[in-house]
Design a protein around this ligand. Structure first.
Ligand SMILES: [Zn+2]
Length: 371
């Protein structure tokens, strides 16, 4: 060819295209050239895609603009409609093809980046399971709710205690046999340091609270406790307890019994009956074990209550006046009651759990049942 200029740089007249067919043939030639160039594009090569777009749709040097300038503008009026229509069709084809190629190039680029980073985008996503409250937590909260609703407040204290607060001030002197049932862990400290231990009950907070404030006192003390027990289906070296204490100038055994009965009905259901059995605790006098009628058989006797019809709930009693001596309360003027319940025991009874160890194993198949 004598003329080196590409066809979009020359007018239609220069190329001798005077008929609609001639014009359409020129457009077809340009379109075929675009399709060839697009087909050569390497997937994922965004730089090559940008170059292709600029060479066809660029404002100053793009082929489409050049056709507008050199074919459409100088065309005689009778050709303008045909040229304009074919130009619009060509432009729409170029734009849609480029858009398709861009989406493909971006996807290929992302896959390439993922492949080089070792990530597999075809793997299903990670789902973060929402946690739920542990049955011990649920039980603790339920117990707290009941006592808060009848005027008790929640007090928490340290898990490390001195023997004085854990034993002596609770009327359990050294060499008292009650200490045998509450053997615990002592901290190994440098020689000459005061002795420290892991509390065997949350009862020390009774003393701390009474030291700090004058009656009336109505508190519950939830928390973790420790004893040197070998793990079995009802024992653990760490467990949870809620201790309760009510001290005022006019608290009678009747109020104690009423509070206990109210609690049992709230926790186990309105039909539950309560029974007090004489018992012994160093810091209460008189002391009582609180039993509830079996929730499973309603007192008729079954496997859960070992055919007794009753289930032991917790220990309690009227505060031994000797305890008031340790906190400078006037034992002649005031009286009160105390109780201490194992949270695990209450949870096991409520949910029908037969082995305390299940509560500590963090097996989601077990925990899921209490959602
Ligand atoms: Zn029963």
């Amino acid at each position: 060819m004598s003329d080196a200029k590409p066809i979009q740089e020359r007018t239609l007249a220069e190329q001798g295209a005077a008929t609609s067919e001639g014009i359409a043939a020129l457009f077809a030639e340009v379109r075929a050239r675009f399709d060839r160039e697009a087909a050569q594009l390497t997937a994922g090569d965004l730089a090559a895609w940008t170059a292709l777009r600029n060479s066809w749709l660029g404002r100053s040097s793009g082929v489409i603009n050049a056709i507008g300038d050199n074919w459409l503008k100088p065309a005689p009026p009778e050709q303008k409609r045909v040229v304009g229509k074919l130009l619009n069709e060509l432009k729409a084809h170029v734009e849609s093809t480029l858009e398709e190629l861009r989406a493909r190039a971006e996807a290929a680029g992302a896959a390439g980046a993922a492949a080089s980073s070792g990530a597999d985008l075809s793997l299903p996503g990670l789902r973060r399971a929402l946690g739920t409250r542990h049955p011990i937590c649920q039980t603790l909260e339920e117990l707290e709710r009941i006592f808060l609703s009848i005027g008790f407040s929640v007090v928490e204290g340290p898990e490390i205690e001195t023997p004085y607060y854990n034993f002596e001030a609770l009327n359990i002197p050294e060499h008292h046999p009650a200490r045998d049932t509450m053997d615990t862990f002592y901290l190994s400290l440098p020689k000459g340091s005061p002795e420290l231990l892991l509390r065997t009950h949350t009862s020390p907070m009774q003393i701390h609270t009474m030291e700090r404030q004058q009656p009336p006192v109505r508190i519950i003390v939830p928390g973790r406790c420790y004893r040197r027990d070998n793990p079995d289906s009802t024992h653990s070296f760490a467990f949870h307890q809620i201790e309760g204490l009510a001290v005022d100038t006019d608290i009678t055994f009747c109020e104690f019994k009423g509070t206990v009965e109210y609690f049992v009905r709230e926790f186990l259901g309105p039909k539950t009956r309560t029974r007090l059995r004489p018992s012994y605790f160093p810091f209460t006098e008189p002391s009582a074990e609180v039993d509830a009628s079996c929730f499973a058989c309603d007192g008729k006797g079954c496997r859960i209550c070992k055919h007794a019809g009753w289930i032991k709930l917790f220990g309690s009693g009227m505060v031994d006046p000797a305890v008031y001596g340790f906190v400078n309360y006037d034992a002649k003027r005031i009286s009160g009651f105390a109780f201490g319940m194992g949270v695990e025991r209450m949870a096991m009874m409520r949910y029908g759990i037969s082995d305390i160890q299940l509560l500590y194993q963090n097996d989601v198949r077990f925990l899921r049942q209490f959602v």
